[in-house]
Each structure stands twice: as C-alpha cells, then as structure tokens.
Design a protein around this ligand. Sequence first.
Ligand SMILES: *Cc1c(COP(=O)(O)O)cnc(C)c1O
Length: 221
Amino acid sequence: MNGIEQNLIEILRQTGSRVTLVAVSKNHPVDAIREAYQAGQRIFGENKVQEILNKRPVLPDDIQWHLIGHLQTNKVKQIAPFISMIQSVDSLKLLKEISEQAIKNNRVIDCLLQVFIATEETKFGFSQPELSDLLKYLNQNPMIGVKIRGLMGMASFTDNQDQIRQEFHGLKSLFDELKEQFFVDQPGFNELSIGMSGDYEIAIEEGSTIIRVGTKIFGTR
Ligand SMILES: *Cc1c(COP(=O)(O)O)cnc(C)c1O
C-alpha cells in the first residue's frame, strides 16, 4: 500500500474533475484524515454519527462531512448543525426529521435518496416504486429544510463486472427518469453517488457524479 497522499493523487489522476471524491474515513483514525487533508482532500464520508462527532472537534473546520450510513431519526439533531450532505436517506420519516432539524438550525441540508439495488443483504434504501411515491408526496408536501440533490446506491457485493455495470446503468436510468418526472425545473437534482474502491471506474463510465472511496485511499479497515 502506498501512502495516503500517493493514493489520492493516483485516484485524482484517474478521475480528474469528472466526479466529486468523498474520502470514506470510517474506522480510520484522525491522523489518517489529517494526512488526506494535508494532501488537499476536503470531503470525508463516515457511516456512524458518533464517529463524526468524535473526530470533527479535533480536525480542521473546513472539512465537509458526508453521512453515508444508515441514520437513526433520533440522531439527526446531533449532525444537523454542520453536516454537509446526508447520502443515506432511506425513509420519509427520516427526511421529515432532517428537514425539521435543518429549519431549527436555519439550514437547508443537501440529501441523497438511497436506492436499494443490491440483490442481497442490504436492508436500507428505497425501491423504485417507493421512490416514486415519496417524490409524489414531496410534490404535494414540500419540505423546506432539505434539498434533494440526487440518488445514492451500491452495487451488489460481487466480482461480476457485468452485473455491477448493469446495476449502475439501471440506477442512472432511474435517476434520469426521476429527474424528468419530478425535477425538470430544479437543476439542483444533479448528483448520482455510485462507485467505491472496487468499482468507481465502471461507475464513472455509467454516469456517476460522486464516488465514495475508502480502502483505496486509507488501506483496509
Ligand atoms: C465503506 C463504504 C464505502 C467505501 O468502501 P470502499 O470499498 O472501502 O471504498 C462507500 N460507500 C459506503 C456506503 C460505505 O459504507
């Protein structure tokens, strides 16, 4: 494994300015985050609220934190004052709470709707029909504390590149469909967060705008 800085340089060389890179620092110490920060990285992703709350106070203020893991409704208020994006919105109840807490903090919080695609294990995320229902509901009942910026998804846990590509392709089609159906007049619905260490090159080819890379930057957890 190279150093964190070399890993970042290598990824940025491959991906250039085509996508936003979220450095997934879950289970890695603040020293590793500092090293990535020194190399210029500013956006970090964590999957646990408590881990963000522990790390944030000892790190630079201009880090943008993205939550990428399942979020319990009762924890929203702890991150609402500062979270840059919540990528893992997986229920209407959660979205309502994010909006309420954002309003209390005079903020509008950027959110991605997590889509359920993986064929196995993943418990979280919306199915396609659930997404349509949710967006119809939001058309009738706007929530001013949140801005829906796009979709987040994970491919199935498999080595089958064709399957991964197919799943990403399906997500991009879904994204385009929803954009046309529900967001024609909202150019801010423009983010598709797909691609991790093992599959971000395929994801970018299929239309990713945000990649979430952990292992390839920080090593194994
Ligand atoms: C851990 C995690 C990642 C990063 O995975 P790597 O394979 O280490 O790059 C990306 N997205 C989510 C939702 C994760 O939980």
